[in-house]
Ligand binder design. Structure first.
Ligand SMILES: N[C@@H](CCC(=O)N[C@@H](CS)C(=O)NCC(=O)O)C(=O)O
Length: 207
């Protein structure tokens, strides 16, 4: 088995890094420096034409998109390790949360970032769009909060869907999004962040 993982610190690849750490699957890690243009180099674009991380090459097949990676790695390595549901309704639930993270929450977060963060030029920002996005993020957190009521994790037991959303939600914290009104989200997040795999990655953050 050969598994190559292309990543950059403090990027979307952190999600896949946590998934691989939870799974404990041996892989060759290739660190790219986005600022130095590594993702745009022809040798990487030949692997991922989107020129983005995360990307894996599993037994010669390139796979990209963090949501696809969590589901693929979960199906391939996670079921036997008790970290991803076998095919059936519970797997459907895990997939629902993984895709929701990237598509629904991800869209609101992308709009919020683009319209409020100081690394985008002011003339490309729209304050009303930024405020609408902030409210959409709060709406997503409300949905998450009520879905977690009476549950330890998204689908009952901890799965890679929890890891995926936990890693993504670190980005929300980084953007100073306040989780405190969402008690269930807070408690769930603390449980996920107490896991050895998460703590290990945080201890070496930026490596
Ligand atoms: N939808 C993709 C997004 C990946 C993405 O945007 N990656 C960024 C880092 S956060 C990247 O590699 N950017 C490289 C560049 O801009 O050159 C996913 O979920 O995997």
């Amino acid at each position: 088995m050969s598994l190559v993982f292309y990543y950059a610190p403090m990027s979307t690849a952190s999600i896949t890094e946590l998934i691989l750490e939870e799974l404990g699957v041996p892989c060759e890690k290739v660190k790219l420096d986005i600022q130095k243009g590594d993702t745009k180099k022809p040798e990487f674009v030949a692997v991922n034409p989107n020129a983005k991380v995360p990307c894996i090459v599993h037994d010669g097949t390139p796979i990209w998109e963090s949501a696809a990676l969590t589901m693929y790695l979960g199906e391939t390595f996670g079921v036997e390790r008790g970290l991803y549901p076998a095919a059936g309704p519970r797997r459907g639930e895990a997939m629902k949360w993984i895709v929701w993270t990237n598509v629904t929450l991800g869209d609101a977060v992308a709009r919020f970032t683009r319209n409020t963060m100081n690394w985008y030029p002011d003339d490309q920002k729209n304050a009303k769009a930024g405020e609408a996005a902030r409210q959409d993020i709060a709406g997503c957190l409300r949905i998450l909060d009520s879905s977690l009521a009476g549950k330890q994790y998204l689908t009952g037991e901890y799965t890679l869907a929890d890891a995926h959303l936990t890693s993504f939600s670190d980005w929300l914290r980084h953007m100073q999004i306040d989780f405190t009104p969402f008690a269930n989200v807070n408690a769930w997040s603390e449980r996920c962040r107490a896991r050895p795999a998460y703590k290990k990655l945080m201890a070496g953050a930026g490596a």
